[in-house]
Design a protein around this ligand. Sequence first.
Ligand SMILES: C=C(O[C@@H]1C=C(C(=O)O)C=C[C@H]1O)C(=O)O
Ligand SMILES: [Mg+2]
Length: 464
Amino acid sequence: MLQVKTFHIEDKIRKVHKEAQRTRQSLLLSVTEKIEGMDPFAFFESGKQIDEHRHFWKSADEDFTLVGISSAVSITKEGEDRFPAMEKDLLGWMNRVRSWNPSDKKGTGAVALGGFGFCEVSVAGEPWETFPNSNMTIPKFLLTNDREGSYLTTNLLLTPEEDVEEISMSVEEEKERLLHPVEEEGVSVRLEEIEEVRPEEWKQTIAEATEDLTKGSLRKVVLAREVRLTFDAPASITKVLQDLSEMQNASYVFCYEHGGAYFVGATPERLVKVEHDELFSACLAGTTLRGDTEDEDDELGDELLQDEKNRVEHDYVVQMIRSAVEQYAEEVDVPEGPSLYKLRNLQHLYTPVKARLKEGYSLLDVVKDLHPTPALGGLPQQEAVEYIKNHEEMNRGWYASPIGWIDGGRNGEFAVAIRSALLHDNKASLFAGCGVVESSDPESEYEETMVKFKPMLAVLGGKE
Ligand SMILES: C=C(O[C@@H]1C=C(C(=O)O)C=C[C@H]1O)C(=O)O
Ligand SMILES: [Mg+2]
């Protein structure tokens, strides 16, 4: 068993509670301590006993994992102004944080984790009933792991009416439970049924879209479909996250839990990352398979780099991201042409974007304008979103939407939630889409979605 040195936070609770009483407002106490190396999966698993509102985020390109358990503050928004409204509430809370954070590392302290549904207003109904349109949560307990070790932040909302004794006792007890988890082997479930939702109709929609693209001003539209799975028992989410992390090491691994449903995935696609004033975005669109041998793999990659249809599909993304980022940033650096981003099951065309965020702009300003990029929506942006709403027979919910985290020190990152699934009870809905351009062929786009289902299928008992 791990020997973890923790300290008592009762004194700090008392101090901040006094201020809350004096100023007649709720304050957010945030205490961060370095702890002995903690396994993020064990922490996630033991968090289940405390609250079924958990968050998991693992970066695709650095040793950086966040696990949030329960919530100190949970903000839910919907509607056209959801990004600025979320930002305003978050800033309000950041001003009421009373923080003890000696290391002051990125991703520690009062960090908010969450996401924004694909559309500004949610579509009612299956399978997203328990998910709010948008939610950012400052967890009560946050584990931050980076290459230097593990940090535990305890965030406590202290109202003037709070019972200090009671809250101190329960926090210590919950911390103990989280830091000394009982080792449990996650069991694999048996996949009993796979149902592709109306595949022939989907191909027909793609065929119609290629027609529509020749007529008006719409240049590209991303259309998605769903595959439903049934298991013999509810899947172990911790095991799913563990397997995804192992198999998809060039992807962000994530999980959001709302009302007994879990949105889980392994996405390779960064939307935007900010570190102080440095900004990073990525254009990822255009897809082919991996080869069985190195030669075959190189050949497929070269073909993708030369392929007219995929280059067009990719270039729309580059054009749009470049011009959106230019509004908020200087020194925008975009390479001339794409390179390859290789994943376990497929390879994509990839163009990284680097820039310097101008004073006065925030991560959420950029997210608001970028979402959805033509990699998930289409071009022009609003016309594509309308097209999706009218033609795609699927409730996107949080699929293809911005998910991520923000801290109080101008750091944060959002990815787009693709290669993902919504799990509830003994069922799962898997989502995958493709960028449709004028020269798209419905059968090849169908095959492309088939490969994009593989990362989730493989960890849910399906074939790779
Ligand atoms: C829409 C998805 O992926 C997007 C579409 C791609 C394409 O069509 O080539 C490639 C990467 C992603 O931007 C998905 O995986 O569901
Ligand atoms: Mg494609």
